[in-house]
Design a protein around this ligand. Structure first.
Ligand code: ARG
Length: 588
């Protein structure tokens, strides 16, 4: 913001006749240059926009205009220097004093996000289906969703974390039937199912092979719809068993989410359908009630099936209305794999036709993501061909992380480069391995560009030298160890008594990187691209390593300012870690 307005002032000083409300400054970051932090293509744009109006005198090209802006004297305390480079681009060097003030403000006040307008945001994520195993697709939705919520919350938005679980529908007929047949005393004697999925598999088997079972199951569906108490009880038990399974995953991943499953909307489905009919947008199609949203050829929304039942579309229409009109949410985000993008397009259009969704006042966005594939790039299966259990994945990751940490400790004892010389107790080993394993999985997922598929590969996600949680966590440990070795007892006091002052180009470079934190988070939630935050954290860690090679921190005449910079980096890293779900390790 400050930077943009400082540039605008410069442009207007050079060309006072430009209509100042008719153009905006675009900023691009430069991250690999020690002297310049930003560049802007704005001159090119305004040159083309205003050249016909003769606002540039006898200057004939964008390059000349850029040169004139660069050479115009203009004093402010944000920008040190502006230079015209090729094609009319301007590069911008920030003022040292500005950078120092900003870093000192972070040190004293902590990291703050300047929120322009508070919104109420629904994040619909994770959302597994009852009685079916949560699969890697749900894992991805869970990881992305939790991180997105944390980022929005940090920005100061009001976030509603919604688990739209599949807890209603025809599959419950056979599940209830099976439960009542096999576990008639389920209320006193809880079914000891090894895997919840077995209930589903067994029920399905009977359903497909046994005509009598099938008919009875269909009757149970009707009874359940009519809220028959026996059916409702059985249904509750099945949901409860599922809930226990996926709560284990949420606990391990540190995920907070509230259930508003499909059943939550069940009571209002009939009125939703009536409302759509009253609006005159419903057509009959072979007995089904449909809403056409975009031309003939596209698949329509189906809000009542030909057998009179409701479905996924009906529920999502009801959910959209509830979230917008009742909960008064401004922004609705849905996280599922990209395979469901046409479903959501229909829902968004349908909600618009109904007048619930009124862009740009409300926003409905599908944050679709690619598939998680096996290490070989094929469908993710165990060696025996079964689907992979999420709990097993987490355990595997932990086990491998433990190996990784042990190896690291051994290297430390041999006095290798990164030695920080601290011993771990067995419990500390265990905690460290759990944190690292989980972080490795989460971060590897988050750093992918969301739409693409990726291969689930332990070796890659635990590589201590790549863009991985492991690398970041070790950087952090090293940073802590430097701060510890400084002997300073209380950084809170130290921060108030000392001031950060730039004494080295690499300090400056790192400091400006820290100042981008807010902008990065803004683009992450604008574009729903959490991978940019990952790249940002990784870039800081790479730059720390570069800086270590350039200057000494301890026992140097500039130790004081460098420790303050370390502290500011630590703060940004710790906050960023939280946002991507990494629980750091304090020592190794
Ligand atoms: N239960 C669905 C599935 O597993 C995901 C639900 C996503 N949310 C929604 N409002 N449709 O595919």
């Amino acid at each position: 913001k400050l930077i943009k307005s400082a540039i605008k002032t410069r442009v207007l000083t050079a060309f006072p006749n430009l209509p100042q409300n008719n153009f905006e400054i675009q900023l691009e970051t430069i991250s690999n240059n020690l002297n310049y932090e930003y560049k802007t293509p704005t001159v090119i744009r305004i040159f083309n926009q205003f050249k016909k109006q003769n606002l540039f005198g006898d200057l004939k090209s964008e390059v000349e205009v850029a040169q004139k802006i660069a050479s115009t004297e203009c004093q402010d305390n944000v920008i040190q220097k502006v230079e015209a480079i090729e094609k009319g681009y301007l590069t911008i060097q920030l003022n040292n004093q500005f950078i120092e003030d900003e870093i000192n403000a972070i040190l004293i006040n902590g990291l703050k996000f300047p929120l322009e307008k508070k919104q109420k945001v629904v994040v619909d994520f994770s959302s597994p289906n009852i009685a079916k195993e949560m699969h890697v697709g749900h894992l991805r939705s869970t990881i992305l969703g939790e991180s997105l919520c944390r980022i929005l919350e940090f920005q100061g938005q009001e976030v509603v974390r919604v688990n739209h679980i599949g807890d209603w529908g025809t599959q419950f007929g056979m599940l209830i039937n099976h439960l009542l047949e096999e576990y008639p005393d389920y209320q006193t004697n809880r079914p000891a199912l090894k895997e919840l999925e077995d209930l589903y598999k067994e029920a399905k088997k009977k359903f497909d092979s046994n005509e009598e079972f099938k008919v009875k199951s269909q009757q149970y569906v009707v009874k359940l719809q009519a809220l028959d108490p026996v059916c409702i009880d059985a249904w509750k038990m099945i949901c409860e068993l599922s809930r226990q399974e996926y709560n284990k995953i949420y606990q391990r991943l540190n995920v907070k989410i509230t259930e508003y499953g499909e059943s939550y909307y069940n009571p209002i489905l009939p009125e939703i359908v009536k409302e759509c009919e009253a609006k005159g947008i419903v057509e009959l199609d072979k007995g089904a009630k449909i809403i056409r949203v975009k031309g003939e050829k596209e698949v329509p929304l189906m809000i009542v099936k030909s057998d009179g039942g409701y479905n996924y579309d009906t529920t999502d229409m009801a959910a959209a209305k509830t979230r917008i009109l009742e909960w008064k949410c401004d922004r609705l985000l849905y996280l599922t794999d990209v395979g469901q993008s046409s479903h959501f397009k229909l829902i968004f259009e349908g909600a618009k036709l109904m007048g619930w969704h009124q862009p740009p006042i409300t926003s409905m966005e599908h944050m679709g993501f690619g598939l998680v594939l096996g290490p070989d790039g094929k469908k993710f299966k165990t060696r025996s061909g079964d689907t992979v259990k999420l709990i097993d994945l987490l355990d595997q990751a932990k086990e491998r992380a433990l190996k990784q940490i042990k190896q690291r400790v051994q290297e430390n004892q041999q006095g290798k480069e990164f030695a920080t010389g601290t011993a771990l107790s067995p419990e500390e080993f265990d905690t460290a391995a759990e944190r690292m394993g989980i972080a490795a999985i989460k971060y590897y997922d988050l750093k992918q560009s969301r739409i693409s598929d990726y291969n689930f590969d332990y070796d890659k996600m635990l590589d201590p030298k790549g863009n991985t949680a492991v690398y970041l966590m070790y950087s952090y440990v090293r940073m802590l160890s430097i701060l510890r070795k400084s002997g300073i007892q209380d950084f809170e006091v130290y921060k108030t008594e000392n001031k950060f002052k730039i004494t080295h180009p690499h300090e400056r470079h790192l400091a400006t990187q820290l100042l981008r934190f807010v902008d990065v988070l803004q683009s992450v939630t604008d574009q729903l691209a959490i991978n940019w935050l990952c790249d940002y954290i990784y870039d800081i860690c790479v730059k720390i390593a570069e800086a270590y090679n350039q200057y000494r921190i301890l026992n140097d005449e500039h130790t004081q300012t460098r420790l303050l910079l370390c502290e500011a980096i630590r703060m940004v890293l710790l906050q960023s870690f939280y946002l991507v779900g990494i629980e750091p390790i304090e020592k190794i």
